[in-house]
Every structure is written in structure tokens, then in C-alpha cells.
Design a protein around this ligand. Structure first.
Ligand code: BGC
Length: 472
């Protein structure tokens, strides 16, 4: 593990990448559970006979678990530590997906999906926190976006494996358990891998365990000088009030960044991403697009365009990406809406002409590109950066819960909204939120590229305007 990896500017120990990869397996599980529904919905329907609303509710119960998981994960993170919380999430992932494979009655199956959501909620809170606290400052952004990359890889992976399973196992009573067992396999991997992680140095310092902190930093940093500097920086932030409770939200400086984090998460969901992640094959079906194109376009584009986000988040910065992404999503949602409007009267999808199909397909591709390169990774990253250390857990708990609440709203209502108000309507609603998000970013979101968490915190407490928090 003493071997080093060369980057353009600095060398990092291999273990830094190992830590980040194993921790990011939490992101993979998040993705496997998010991506599960799209290509499994029909098979679930065959086994359980849910109907549209039932399918939406089964999908969305993941989000309810996510909200509770996120709520409690703040407490886990504080008292158990970041590492043990990851081990715990890994265990629940494994148990709940294995039990689902037994095809229990609907109530138990739903309870398992709730439990999976719970683990996702814990992971989606702990992983970005762990990475932002453990990765060296210069690569913090890239390592934070690794979380999102793993989510998208998870979504892609489960989409592919589900397609294969459907193809080779036509009996739903066989294919559905296999789909759940795929998740179980990766869950067990995360469960075991997270045992090998070191604890977060910042958490250890919060607990007054300086020697353990130094031991972890010896593994991750190269020189004594770097270690001393890191310890000094963490110590400085610890002079403030330690591990604040929920009361911190009444402090003006904290409330300000909390609102930014909350709105970032609200917009991340209300631009409509999970309508696509969950229901793209169904929606494509309404427009007569079926087969592999309908099942694989969204997960593939989503994963591929998260890769460029990793270097770009450091090179161009967070805000530029958010503008580009929201702009692309706005235009394409309008285009998709128009495509659906043009086929509004057609009752037989196979009669739909090539042009609306083409417009819809291209719109969805560009839309997913827009999200993948920006709002997907950047929102989680910024939410892990903007809160002062003593209130980071409270801040991330609340913002993660908000993410799940709005994700659930979209999952539980997207298809029925289309049914009730016409297929085109929902695209215009989401386009409206894309537009609002641009205004919000311009007015209130700080650029957090290339600044240490400690400097950000100093700026926040010295009363700088939100927009200027990232300025040196
Ligand atoms: C969002 C998820 C979404 C995923 C898609 C994440 O950042 O929080 O709700 O399903 O991106 O890649």
C-alpha cells in the first residue's frame, strides 16, 4: 500500500483510491436500487399484479425508507462513526435484497424495499461525508463525484443484468428472484469491503482521538508536513462548538447554507430525473419506442456522461456545470413535451411516425447528459462541502431527507400525472423547475471549487454573502 499514484500535480497513495472506491460502493448500491425498477417493473407486475398506482407506490417506498435512513444516519454518523455506519448499511442491503429474492407476500416485499431505502438513505448521507472528510483536499471534488459515478454505474449495471435475466429466463417466478440476487451479490461485497476502511480522520478528531487520527493520516498522506497541516486545520475548526444538535439550524450563518443545500436537493429532484430513471421504458413505450433502445438509453447515457463530470467539477467549477446542465435539461424537456403533444390523439403507439420518436429520443439523451454532467454529482458534492464541521451532520441529514422526499414525490406521481393531465404536461412542469434552478444558482449558490472546507467555514462565519463564500 506504500506505492504511489502519479497525478499531474501531486502523488497520492494507492490506499487513498482504495478507500474512496470501497466507500463509493455505497453509491453503487444506491444505484442498483434506483435503477432496479425500470426494467423489472413488468416482471414485478406479472408476479404481483400491482397496476400503475401500485407500481408507483412500490417504487416510491424506497424513498420513504431513504427519508428515515437519512434522518437516523446523522445519529449513526455521530455516535457509531462513519465507518461502522457504512458496515451497517452494507448489512441491511444484503439482508433485505436476499429476503426479497424469496418472493415474500406483497407486504413483506414492500417492507424489504423500505429497508433497502433505509440503507440507501444511510449510504447517501455517509458516503459523501466520509469521502469529503477522508480524501486529500486537492482531489476532494473528484472523489466526491465518485459517489455519483458509482450511483450511475449501479443504475446501468442493474439495467443490463435485468435485460439479460428477462431474455434468458422467461418465467417471472425465476427471473424476479435472480434480479434481487444480483443486488444481494454487490451488497455482500460492500458489507465485507467496508470492514477494511479506516475511520474518517475528522470524526476521530471530533471524538478527541488524536493518535488514531494521525495513524489514518499516515496512511493517506505522503509527508509529515502534510499530516501536521491537516491536523492543524482540523483542530482549528474544532475550537468552535463541537457536534451541534438540531438547534444549530437557528443560527443565522447555518440557516443560510441550509436553505441553499435544501433548495439544491429540491431542484435536483424537480428537474425530473427520477421520472426518467424509473419510468423511461414505460414512457418510451407510450411513444412506440420499445426494446433495448427503451430499456438501455437512459442508464447508458447517464453513466457515460458522469465520467467527464469528475475532472470538470474541479476544472470548470460547480456552478458552471449546474448552468450547463439546467440549460440542456430545460430545452430538452420542452422538446420532449412538444413531441408528446404532437402525438396526443394517437391511441395506437405503433402508428406513431419517425419524427416525434426521433425528437423524443434525442431529447431524452441530451436531457440525461445535462443531468449526469452536472446536477447529479454537483449537488451531493456541494452539500458535503458547505456546512461548518460542527453542523455538517445536521445539514447533510436534512438535505438528504429533502432529496428523498422529493424523489418519492416524483416516483409516486409521475405516471399518474401523465395519465391525468396528458403525457406532455409533466415535461413542461419539469422544464419550469429547470428554469427556476438557473436563477437560484446565479443568486445564491457559492462556487466551492479549490477552497478548503476550513476556509469556506471561516468565510461563512465571518458573514460573507452566500454567493461569495468560495472566494479566497
Ligand atoms: C439522484 C438520484 C438519481 C440519480 C441518477 C442522484 O444524484 O439523487 O435521485 O436517481 O442521481 O443518476
Amino acid at each position: 500500500m506504500e506505492q504511489t499514484i502519479t497525478t499531474t500535480k501531486t502523488k497520492y497513495k494507492t490506499i487513498v483510491y482504495f478507500i474512496c472506491t470501497v466507500a463509493a460502493l455505497g453509491g453503487l448500491l444506491f444505484g442498483l436500487d434506483q435503477g432496479f425498477i425500470a426494467n423489472a417493473l413488468q416482471t414485478i407486475e406479472k408476479v404481483y399484479g400491482f397496476g400503475i398506482k401500485g407500481g408507483e407506490l412500490y417504487s416510491a417506498i424506497l424513498a420513504t425508507g431513504g427519508i428515515i435512513g437519512a434522518l437516523l444516519s446523522g445519529i449513526f454518523a455521530r455516535f457509531l462513526g462513519r465507518k461502522k455506519s457504512l458496515v451497517f448499511a452494507g448489512f441491511i442491503f444484503t439482508a433485505a435484497s436476499a429476503y426479497s429474492a424469496l418472493l415474500p407476500p406483497i407486504a413483506i416485499l414492500s417492507a424489504c424495499r423500505f429497508a433497502l431505502g433505509f440503507a440507501v438513505g444511510v449510504a447517501s448521507f455517509i458516503v459523501p461525508l466520509y469521502l469529503s472528510e477522508t480524501a486529500p483536499a486537492k482531489i476532494r471534488g473528484s472523489m466526491g463525484t465518485l459517489f455519483q459515478l458509482m450511483i450511475t454505474i449501479g443504475i446501468f449495471l442493474i439495467s443490463v443484468t435485468n435485460v439479460f435475466i428477462i431474455k434468458f429466463f422467461t418465467n417471472p417466478a425465476t427471473s424476479l428472484p435472480l434480479m434481487f440476487l444480483t443486488i444481494t451479490f454487490f451488497a455482500a461485497f460492500m458489507f465485507l469491503g467496508s470492514f477494511m476502511l479506516p475511520e474518517s480522520p475528522r470524526w476521530l478528531m471530533l471524538k478527541g482521538r488524536k493518535e488514531d487520527t494521525i495513524n489514518v493520516l499516515k496512511k493517506t498522506l505522503n509527508t509529515q508536513e502534510e499530516i501536521d497541516l491537516e491536523i492543524k486545520e482540523i483542530e482549528e475548526t474544532l475550537h468552535g462548538p463541537k457536534g451541534a444538535g438540531i438547534g444549530i439550524i437557528f443560527k443565522g450563518y447555518f440557516f443560510k447554507v441550509l436553505v441553499v443545500g435544501i433548495l439544491l436537493q429540491v431542484f435536483q429532484q424537480l428537474v425530473g430525473i427520477n421520472m426518467m430513471i424509473y419510468y423511461a421504458p414505460t414512457i418510451f413505450g407510450y411513444a412506440g419506442i420499445t426494446g433495448l433502445l427503451a430499456m438501455m438509453t437512459v442508464p447508458t447515457v447517464n453513466m457515460l456522461f458522469t465520467f467527464p463530470a469528475i475532472p470538470l467539477v474541479e476544472k470548470w467549477g460547480r456552478k458552471k456545470l449546474l448552468y450547463i446542465g439546467a440549460g440542456a435539461m430545460f430545452i430538452t424537456m420542452i422538446a420532449a413535451g412538444i413531441a408528446f403533444q404532437s402525438i396526443a390523439g394517437v391511441t395506437e403507439p405503433s402508428m406513431i411516425g419517425g419524427l416525434p420518436k426521433m425528437v423524443l429520443l434525442i431529447s431524452v439523451i441530451v436531457y440525461i447528459f445535462g443531468f449526469a454532467v452536472s446536477w447529479g454529482p454537483v449537488v451531493w458534492l456541494v452539500c458535503s462541502e458547505i456546512f461548518p464541521l460542527e453542523g455538517r451532520e445536521v445539514g447533510m441529514t436534512i438535505t438528504t431527507m429533502v432529496n428523498w422526499t422529493f424523489a418519492g414525490l416524483v416516483m409516486a406521481n409521475a405516471l399518474t400525472f401523465m395519465q391525468d393531465h396528458g403525457n406532455a404536461s409533466i415535461f413542461y412542469v419539469f422544464a419550469g423547475f429547470c428554469l427556476l434552478s438557473i436563477i437560484f444558482v446565479a443568486m445564491f449558490v457559492p462556487e466551492t471549487k479549490g477552497i478548503t472546507l476550513e476556509e469556506l467555514e471561516f468565510n461563512l462565519k465571518s458573514g460573507k454573502k452566500l454567493r461569495d463564500l468560495g472566494n479566497h
